[in-house]
Write a protein that binds this ligand. Sequence first.
Ligand code: PAF
Length: 267
Amino acid sequence: MNLRSRNNSIGFVPTMGALHKGHVHLIERARSNNTVILSIFVNPKQFAPGEDYNRYPRYIEKDKVIATDSGVDILFLPSTDEIYPEGYKTFVNVEGITDLLCGRFRPGHFKGVATVVLKLFNIVMPHRAYFGEKDYQQMLVIKSMVRDLNLDIEIFGIPIVRDDDGLAMSSRNVYLGREERVSATSLNRALKVSREMVKSGEMNAQKIISEMERIIKKGDGIEIDYISLCNPETLEDIKIVDTRVLVAMAVRIGGKRLIDNCIVEVK
Ligand code: PAF
């Protein structure tokens, strides 16, 4: 409250911790014109039963060092009871786009995300908030919520940060064994191929998806939840690639779920 009244611009980076270079990039963007508040809260409401809530990586001491070194001004570490006190009953449901892509495989996930992000927004009261584009659908859900509920917060999507082998940075990458990590590099390779196919004039979305599937399925123990070429605003599948398209996918490697995406521009 004081920060706001002192005419500061507050930039907010909500996270679930296990901070990596992708988070540092968000913090750097936020730092360029704000006082930065970073939250770490592993939100139980966005994990479906049987998902990895209990074993989600929690490295709080290491995270504190990364946050401080990256220039975070205030670290917000709420407890589960603070966010969801006994008798908690209220949820935010963004309709439509949450039924598609990851929404088909993770029931209730985006309801949990929208709910916690709105609560964090109400507590932190930021002017600007920063989200990684690796979770493209999440970013879209938050933008819709902000627009529909007239929240006075500017949402920034920050491009994906990749490791040297092309794997998109994610807190869940720590789950991958050595072989699995090698297999995981096929996601970025498949995205590159989709870009090249569109660039060389391929307009048939199914042909592009089939080629991406072929590349990804070369690895052992890989199951594809979905590969979609879709409208970047509505997330509805497209059949003919004649305009800007989101190429998005979710893949399980040895049971570990990874997502990745890119936007492909059509000349
Ligand atoms: O992207 C994440 O880390 C989480 O989904 C978020 C936005 C912090 C909400 O729990």
